[in-house]
Design a protein around this ligand. Structure first.
Ligand SMILES: [Mn+2]
Length: 358
């Protein structure tokens, strides 16, 4: 297991590489070029500059997330071929600089959705990302997007880049005629376009699940259960077609048995990377992101790490979203302190599991 940390780059992250380097057991980043719009080629110059900076800080960067998939690919528009060609170029360029895994998602329009980015946790006064379907009420997609951008402390949130949202209305309209089956067919077309390139240059694609793990606003969503991912790994049968198992996203649906899903796909060699965090259920389609500790939420992190140890022990892990604690402000979900605590806790579980297994 390689413990990593998400980092958005010096200009768009409140956390520094030096701080990340000082977290015990941290080996590297899940990195990103934060200002790249979906569909754009990531040039060698840009990747090199990012990697040089990361390596100079004593960290590795073998995982990138996300290289966003252009909406035209998901919608199956004729323009998709150019965007797929660009994606292939980006894969090749990233591979040249040591990238082994690319995390991405195939969610229409919304990368992830919350109704509150800083809901106070009454027990201790910290705050975290929160979702309550009832709070969506009459809010339409446009309103929720507006409120998310306004409440992100000045940071652009991943998946909510202004450029990508400019044409939101048109895109939503177009999706009305796209069924989950259509979306899967478009997904297959995309994988057929890129996986051979991945095989050539030794890069693994890791699909992030829908977050939350159910359909929203009537949009087709095809990646939120074991059954869904069984279909996805079969769309293109290759060790390069894997999932990024995000415990918090899949775990937002209590029906998803996370340790069992890890064993299922880990055993098949189809887990390319993992996001590990905890969730506290507060009712139907209502949850908050809790501290990583098992007792702080409803997922059993010991069982989760044990399943990783037994089925995909070499995978990349990062502590996923953290709470805001100790007065920290920053990009919602991506402060330093709680994610550092999370990494340390997960490393502690790992050490115990490893030693007990000898
Ligand atoms: Mn995640």
């Amino acid at each position: 297991m390689k413990m990593t940390f998400r980092w958005y780059g010096a200009d768009s992250d409140s956390v520094t590489l030096q701080q990340i380097r000082q977290i015990p057991g941290m080996t590297g980043l899940m990195g990103v070029l934060d200002d790249k719009a979906a569909g754009e080629v990531w040039t060698e110059e840009e990747i090199k500059a990012y990697m040089d900076e990361v390596h100079a800080a004593g960290l590795a960067c073998e995982v990138i997330e996300s290289v966003n998939v252009h909406e035209d690919i998901k919608m199956g528009l004729p323009t998709r071929d150019q965007y797929i060609e660009n994606y292939r170029t980006t894969i090749r360029n990233l591979a040249k600089y040591g990238v082994k895994v690319i995390v991405y998602n195939f969610m229409p329009v919304f990368d992830w959705l919350r109704t509150d980015l800083a809901r106070v946790i009454p027990e201790d006064g910290s705050n975290s990302l929160y979702f309550d379907e009832a709070e969506l009420g009459d809010m339409g997609p446009l309103e929720i997007v507006k409120s998310t951008i306004e409440n992100s402390n000045g940071f652009t949130l991943p998946g909510w880049e202004p450029k990508r949202l400019a044409e939101l209305e048109t895109t939503l309209e177009r999706y009305k005629s796209i069924t989950p089956e259509d979306l899967r067919a478009n997904y297959k077309y995309f994988l057929e376009g890129i996986i051979p390139t991945c095989e050539e240059c030794g890069v693994v694609m890791a699909c992030h699940p829908d977050d939350p793990a159910w359909p929203i606003f009537g949009l087709p969503r095809i990646a939120h259960s074991q059954e869904d991912f069984d279909k996805i790994v079969k769309l293109y049968d290759s060790p390069c077609n894997t999932l990024c198992l995000c415990t918090g996203s899949l775990g937002s649906d209590p029906e998803n048995d996370i340790p069992s899903i890890i064993r299922h796909f880990g055993g098949m060699g189809r887990i390319g990377a993992m996001h590990v965090r905890n969730i506290k259920y507060l009712g139907k389609h209502k949850f908050r992101e809790s501290a990583h500790l098992s007792s702080a939420g409803d997922l059993d992190l010991f069982e989760i790490m044990k399943a990783v140890y037994e089925s995909c022990p070499d995978t990349y892990i990062r502590p996923d979203h953290g709470r805001m604690i100790w007065g920290e402000t920053g990009r919602p979900g991506y402060g330093l302190y709680d994610r550092a605590l999370g990494a340390t806790y997960l490393n502690g579980l790992w050490e115990a599991i490893e030693k007990m297994s000898r």
